[in-house]
Design a protein around this ligand. Sequence first.
Ligand code: NAD
Length: 481
Amino acid sequence: MPKKTIHYDVIVIGAGPAGFTSAIRCAQLGLKTVIIDDWRNKAGQSRLGGSHLNTGGIASMTLLESAKIYHQLNLDIAKHGIHVEAISMDLPVMIQRKDKIIDAISHKMSALLRHHKINHIQAKARLLNARQVQIITAEPHAVSILDAAHIILATGSSPIQLPCAPVDNDTIIDSGAALNLNSVPKKLAIIGAGVAGLELASIWNRLGAETILLEAQENFLSVLDQQISGEAYRIYSQQGLDLRLGARVISAKKGHKKVMLEYQDQDGTHTLRVDKLIVACGRKPNTGALAAPEANLLLDENGYTYVDNNCRTNLPGVYAIGDLTLLGPMLAHKGIEEGVFVAELIAGLHNPINYDNLPSVIYTEPEIAWVGQTEQALRTAGVAIKIGTFPLTATVRALATGKTEGMVKIIASAANDKILGVHIIGAQASELIAEAVLAMEFSASSEDLSRTIHARPTLSEAVHDAALMLKERALPLSAGK
Ligand code: NAD
């Protein structure tokens, strides 16, 4: 039986990027705030940061950094006139480094909660109605009720399971377990060549696994600008990724330390025997046990929480942010913005989010980053456009660093020159895209970008040069022109 009811101004459920940021902003605005999260690491210790920090974006990017160094020392370093002998890999230490970084970030987050006098409760939370949340702590086992005028749901998402490939996290593993392997598989298959599948492939391929990606769709990375996805396909294939498109996995059976896979493509049914199989087929919102049925929280048929344009659910005073809704893509920085937005809304402020200028990044090597619309979407919509592209191979900084693969593509309106989309594949694309996001946020024209001075030699010159190409004002300053 619940013992007592504790009152707050705001209850936040979920301490991933969206919930954590929202709680901090609520506290900054003078609201008495509690945040509830039940995440535990491999050792059973409480951790903040949700899947983005612990098993997703940050964990994956951290391990990729180690994989890139190992790969460069093995393959590229001799070009620099540096000879390194007897390079070996200590995978457990590599994984420990990742875990230490995650721990340090989680501890900093805890300190920030304490600094802002936010109560953090390690427990499972369940929405009972528009004002009440039940919390169940494991040790000691206790049930209590929290009450608040405002409740923010931020429980994130988790990997979708495929009935034909049941995950045991031993030989058939999900994207989180794929960052904690204790040895490099000789032969690895990944179901899904989406963002998660490609990021994981970039790691394990660099660490020496023969990596096969099985993707049901014929069209590779269909959300991307197709010129960029074509370039990505070429680069990844050259790096040794075995990308099989139009390949739908229909069964995966665990044998003795192996997995037997069956997949279908236009040529029929094929079998494949691998050491590990990663299932990276998308994510689903964590709403299964979030609300009691009598709370009547409105979800769609896929479990996404219904919200209006202000992240308000059907229950008065209850908001949903981040991966729980279809308001924008499943991206940590989208959730963070929504967290701040909702906190400010509760405090009587209204600073709407511009979802149009949301950057996306695929953390492979090279990276892919984009903002705004693709060429195919604009052409389909009948918008008259002009395009400027610039290859990194013609950029002096790229030549100096040896990272010449990729390009910058800028799409502008033919009518008024406004920038409508920027798409980058190449080293540091995740950093370069910030300039494009800012330009678009200020409704810049390609003329504005072309007249903005960029430092030389930098990779950002490629953005400038793409704008100059669009204005047909390209100057013979960059290498290769
Ligand atoms: P996704 O939907 O991007 O890709 C999953 C792929 O699996 C799809 O292309 C689908 O066709 C394929 N697939 C499904 N069933 C299959 C089958 N039986 N056989 C073969 N292929 C099959 O999903 P994801 O990569 O898991 O990402 C999920 C979400 O998380 C996305 O919104 C993504 O943007 C986000 N995410 C973002 C980042 C980042 O920001 N860098 C990283 C990882 C994930």
